[in-house]
Design a protein around this ligand. Structure first.
Ligand code: KG4
Ligand code: ZN
Length: 343
């Protein structure tokens, strides 16, 4: 049987506020990765400023690629995978332009990757990767999606958010509570010290049929409560209870819908990916309430990174084209992707 030689794929992620690069070998797995976070640059503005993001990606991307090549002693990879969307167009253009330029210079194939497919495949970086089919719960700052994954590229979107993404709800609630940006991790840390039964916040759409989500009502409920507590001069003593009660409501909603989706689709595996997948309560609750097996990427690969783009590139090598087409899609629906035809 023909055994193809191992290939090394350079992964590039620049869709938002992290510059991520990685080298993934089809034989040995992940061999190097580096990440530069822009969090400090955007924190003063309370959210990501697109122009600042693009400029910082330009400043950091090439030196980071140089560093992982130096780390491994490699001259050049065999292929390049980059995030082509969805995301901030200016930020995406930096990764896309760099990937295509290097592809021309190195004469190697360049593969455009869907950012959410990267998140979805991130658990493939682990020692015990999930087998197909599985249910994916993709929870990030921009997305909240339930997807039935039959095979690579065969994605059926079962539910999505009608308004805010769950990560956005964490970030906005954190802001209301006077926590910094990004708020998710800070809110989760504060919640540890609070009573999650203190406030009965709504579990949006949990008891309605269907698998869509809505988080703006929950955010508004917290806002109204914060105003009341502030007016009473109690905010300092109630902050942790508010955080814990919000987190409990958000997690109950995610877990309830994910388990319902898995049961309806008769899927025994759930993959959780995206930044909110780092949330400890979400992990504990899913483990306690789901009968099947739950897979996660390691914590550092839950949030944006280059490794997930490199591993997705490895899976899509068969369709690698030549460098030359700069792709950057602000919006790009995951269920329009194709199953790669066998090369
Ligand atoms: O996937 P990601 O790095 O970027 C996007 O593509 O959006 O996700 C970032 C989101 C932010 O909203 C952040 O607040 C949230 O993930 N996040 C968390 C936690 N860690 C990150 N939310 C809740 N709990 C956490 N521990
Ligand atoms: Zn992401």
């Amino acid at each position: 049987m023909y055994d193809p030689p191992p290939m090394i794929i350079l992964g590039i992620e620049t869709s938002c506020d992290e510059t991520g690069v990685a080298l993934y070998c089809t034989d040995r797995g992940l061999i190097a990765h580096r990440l530069h976070s822009q969090v400090d640059l955007h924190a003063v503005y309370g959210g990501v400023v697109p122009e600042i993001a693009s400029r910082d990606h330009i400043r950091m991307l090439l030196p980071l690629i140089q560093q992982i090549l130096n780390d491994t002693g490699l001259q050049k990879p065999d292929a390049i995978a980059y995030t082509a969307g969805p995301g901030l167009v200016g930020a995406l253009m930096v990764g896309s332009g760099m990937a295509n330029g290097l592809g021309l210079a190195w004469n190697c194939p360049v593969i455009p990757i869907h950012h959410m497919e990267g998140h979805l495949l991130a658990p493939m970086l682990e020692d015990e990767p999930p087998e197909y089919p599985f249910l994916a719960l993709l929870v990030s700052g921009g997305h909240t999606m339930l997807i039935a994954v039959a095979a690579l590229g065969d994605y059926n979107l079962l539910g999505t958010t009608l308004d805010d993404a769950v990560g956005e709800a964490f970030d906005k609630t954190a802001k209301l509570l006077g926590l910094g940006y990004p708020g998710g991790p800070a809110l989760a840390a504060l919640a540890e010290t609070g009573d999650d039964q203190a406030y009965a916040f709504p579990r949006p759409m949990l008891n309605k049929p269907g698998l869509d989500f809505s988080f703006s009502g929950l955010k508004t409920a917290v806002m109204l409560e914060v105003k009341k507590v502030e007016a009473a001069g109690d905010i300092e003593s109630r902050r942790a209870d508010l955080a814990a009660s919000f987190q409990r409501a958000a997690v109950d909603t995610l877990v309830g819908k994910a388990i319902r989706a898995a049961q309806e689709q008769k899927l025994e595996r759930i993959v959780v990916a995206g930044g909110v997948g780092a949330n400890q309560l979400l992990r504990t609750e899913l483990a306690a309430r789901f009968d099947g097996k739950v897979y996660y990427p390691r914590l550092e690969f839950c949030t944006d990174n280059g490794a997930m783009i490199a591993v997705a590139g490895a899976q899509r090598l068969a369709e690698a084209g030549d460098a030359g087409e700069i792709r950057a899609h602000a919006r790009w629906s995951l269920d329009t992707l194709d199953v790669p035809s066998a090369a």
